[in-house]
Write a protein that binds this ligand. Sequence first.
Ligand code: F6P
Length: 361
Amino acid sequence: MAMKIGMLTSGGDCQALNATMRGVVKGLYNSKEQIEIYGFERGYQGLINCDYRILTSREFSGILTEGGTILGTSRVPFKSIQEAGEDGVNKVEEMKKTYKKLGLDALVVLGGNGSQKTANLLSEEGLNVIHLPKTIDNDIYGTDTTFGFQSAIQIATNVIDCIHTTAASHDRVFIVEVMGHKAGWLTLHAGIAGGADIILIPEIPYDVDFVTRAIKERARTGKNFTIIAVAEGAISAEDAALGKKELKKKMADDAEKYSSVSYKLAAELEKKTGFEIRITIPGHVQRGGSPCPYDRVLSSRLGVAASEAILDKDYGKMIAMRNGETVRVPLKDVAGKLKSVDPNSSIIKEARELGICFGDE
Ligand code: F6P
């Protein structure tokens, strides 16, 4: 009897999703088992609606370098997974039904934090689940890194590099807004790699007066341009001090005035510095294109390690990378946790010693 393996990609896409699936499938096909792969279309949506196609090993050939996902993806927030839809459908029950109807032996989920919570829920419901950590945000707890992260750093760094030359020519202050609502990993790494002068991340709330001082100090020493790398989720110290309800209201008010944190910051800085401020937002470009070599290796290794866990029937695990080794981490230990940048970590200390301002001093 063939082993029947379901596979889906869920949440925002990123580079190396295809490379990871290729790793899983190659690992499985290289075993003595007979394998059948059921690819669900558009993430959990496909599992809920029993929308799948059977994939042969041929379809996983030549996709190592291909961006996006051959299965398609969608966002089905964890909160909505547990609620019945307008049609009264219980999504968890539908997913279990699909799994049983197809007689699957295991389900491989490639996804970020939200998708991981659903994977854990399905595992608790008795399905044999393996999770692979995907996201450009690198905010999955329990793994040193996630696939997509290094490729996105490369793109965001390239944007900062390009902005550097024009900023210097025009004596301008530039804000480059980098993806990451909850965690600042991508902004921090691209900011350091691109030589940003100021880096603002959600984990270190900023004071606009400190940012102003850093810009003026550069100008005083003859450096008339400044690059500020700002995470989408960067927050002022003033806002961070608000209670949950007040903050929600403040965010809603700001959203009416400014299309993102960069516009709010630019308006304040223009007033305080008198400098011309320009904003560049690469947006979803950061998730696009071919995975970088680091991600190709990482995802190939994670994929094969996932196939080993499946062949060992060791389920309910996330396949993680720790200290350069692939490891199996119980989903129940990591689901629902966020890996944030520690403001006291050495990377922040070293960045400060490079002269980078985080807007908090
Ligand atoms: O997948 C992670 C991420 O790219 C975040 O960095 C970003 O804030 C968000 O997704 C954007 O989501 P969407 O693709 O739904 O606009």
